[in-house]
Design a protein around this ligand. Structure first.
Ligand code: 5GP
Ligand code: ZN
Length: 112
């Protein structure tokens, strides 16, 4: 838990979110500023800044996050979707708590 991290605050419930899935390790909620009809974020409960801060100890967690994408996308009615992980400021990352974007529901989802 990082006290000034917005996603840690969502994990703890201090900031509300439109949660669509939760287990012991991961929370999934709708993006507050969606770029597609369906746009949710898969977020580990553990505070890890980005993929640049991951190593082999995060392997299982990363695998679980990716496997949740098709499961929840199907539950949200998507037949296909785009996944996106922005990494580092130069990679377009704005919230420095690892997350996977899942976007879909339009004829074509945006590239970024
Ligand atoms: P990044 O650029 O870091 O990959 O994306 C961060 C995403 O988090 C953005 O799409 C932004 O809309 C979303 N976001 C930022 N703050 C909040 C928040 O307080 N609640 C929710 N649900 N999404 C947020
Ligand atoms: Zn955090």
């Amino acid at each position: 838990m990082s006290s000034d991290c917005i996603f840690c605050k969502i994990v703890s419930g201090a900031i509300p979110s439109k949660k669509i899935y939760e287990d012991d390790d991961v929370i999934v909620f709708n993006d507050i500023n969606p770029s597609a009809k369906v746009h949710f974020l898969i977020v580990p409960k553990l505070h890890v800044e980005s993929l640049l801060n991951c190593d082999s100890q995060h392997q299982a967690l990363l695998g679980r996050m990716l496997l949740l994408a098709p499961k929840i996308a199907k539950e949200q009615g998507l037949a296909g979707f785009k996944t996106l992980i922005n990494t580092g400021r130069e990679g377009g990352q704005e919230v420095f708590h690892l997350h996977v974007h899942v976007l879909g529901g339009g004829e074509k989802t945006p590239k970024t």
